[in-house]
Design a protein around this ligand. Structure first.
Ligand code: ATP
Ligand code: MG
Length: 346
């Protein structure tokens, strides 16, 4: 029987969108957060190209963010997903004040970044792209230095944080000797040192080994569950997004194309699934289903594919049997996060 995977073309060939939304792009979250914490309203950012004067095409610059609006609730774990160049880091930099948007506003717990910058930044802990440290100094020295810049912290607190991110054995080594994953852990340590209300992490699990990924996952959960920390992070690792995030925003070419809850992702990403029925009379079965339910169908050999929208698949099976069709196999496939990611961001 034909497998439901991309290799054999089921997802792309049988139905262009496996469980399609008719190419309709969404522009806002489907479930509003309970207590609003972060509000991003109409944020746009275009980077000027350095050689714009020599290249007419480039004159408009690179649109990194195009009227992005979204809301994150207090204590939410919110993921940002998108291909390279989608605008994830730029959005994170706008949220943390490292990039000034051309238009739009960012408000954190009622604080406007432009008006209340100091208060705003006191709430935020961030790790953005590859963290930069003094390479000739130890991890410990770097953390002490950063802590001192922000008013200082007791050594025991720093020690606890180092322990938490799993860097104790190398914290006295020079940062220049650290592996990528160790630098990530040090970046995470500096982000959480001050016990921020809001943790913003750009690709926090990039370069981490499986143990490191699990530690970061546990840490994020722990921060949220024990301290009510709101966490916003970007990642390319779809599985992590799916297990960790309460909601995931999909960015593509600087635009927010969808926001999905974990439940939507877990339960087939919406109410659409594809049914594969292998039976003795696929053409008659297709006609029956089309007539009775109005679903899109396609026949390939003995297999009949049905795009089911929020319907009861068991009822379809019953209809076929009642009409004398011998069903050899009957399977339902809902979209994986990967399929949804491809669909939304292509
Ligand atoms: N300082 C800059 N100057 C010019 N263009 C920039 C600058 N920063 C980002 N861009 C451009 O803005 C777009 C979005 O970049 P951004 O780094 O936000 O993407 P991303 O989603 O984080 O990608 P990745 O997954 O590769 O990290 C890209 O086209 C990038 O080249
Ligand atoms: Mg990035």
């Amino acid at each position: 029987m034909q497998e439901f995977n991309e290799k054999n073309g089921f997802s792309d060939d049988v139905f262009e969108v496996v469980a399609g939304n008719s190419g309709q792009k969404e522009t806002c979250g489907s479930v509003a957060p309970t207590t609003l914490y972060l509000t991003i309203d109409g944020v746009s950012k275009t980077f000027k190209k350095p050689l714009a004067a020599l290249n007419k095409k480039a004159a408009g610059g690179i649109v990194a963010l195009d009227k992005v609006s979204l809301e994150v609730g207090k204590g939410e774990i919110f993921g940002i997903l998108g291909p390279n160049g989608a605008g994830k880091s730029t959005l994170i930099k706008v949220i943390t004040g490292l990039v000034i948007p051309d238009s739009g506003t960012v408000t954190l717990d009622g604080l406007d970044f432009r008006r209340d910058k100091h208060e705003f930044m006191k709430r935020v802990g961030a790790q953005i792209e590859t963290p930069v440290f003094f390479n000739k100094k130890s991890g410990w020295w770097n953390l002490k230095y950063l802590a001192d810049l922000q008013g200082g912290l007791p050594d025991q607190r720093i020690k606890d944080i180092v322990e938490l991110v799993g860097l104790s054995s190398r914290i006295k080594s020079r940062v220049g000797t650290y592996s990528m994953g160790m630098r990530q852990r040090l970046g995470l340590a500096q982000a959480i040192m001050h016990n921020p209300d809001f943790l913003v992490l750009d690709e926090p699990i990039n370069g981490l080994d499986p143990d490191g990924i699990a530690q970061v996952r546990d840490l994020i959960r722990q921060l949220r569950d024990c301290y009510g920390t709101t966490v916003l992070f970007s990642s390319h690792i779809l599985g992590e997004m799916q297990t960790l995030c309460d909601r995931v925003a999909f960015l593509a070419s600087g635009r927010l194309v969808a926001v999905k809850t974990r439940a939507e992702i877990e339960h087939g990403l919406g109410d659409v699934s594809v049914l594969c029925v292998v039976c003795d009379e696929p053409n008659r079965a297709a006609a029956l289903i089309g007539e009775k339910y109005g679903y899109r169908t396609k026949v390939q050999g003995t297999a009949l594919y049905v795009e089911v929208k929020g319907g009861n698949t068991a009822e379809i099976n019953k209809t076929l049997i009642e009409n004398g069709i011998s069903v050899v196999s009957f399977s339902v496939k809902t979209r994986t996060l990967e399929e949804m990611y491809k669909e939304l961001t292509r």
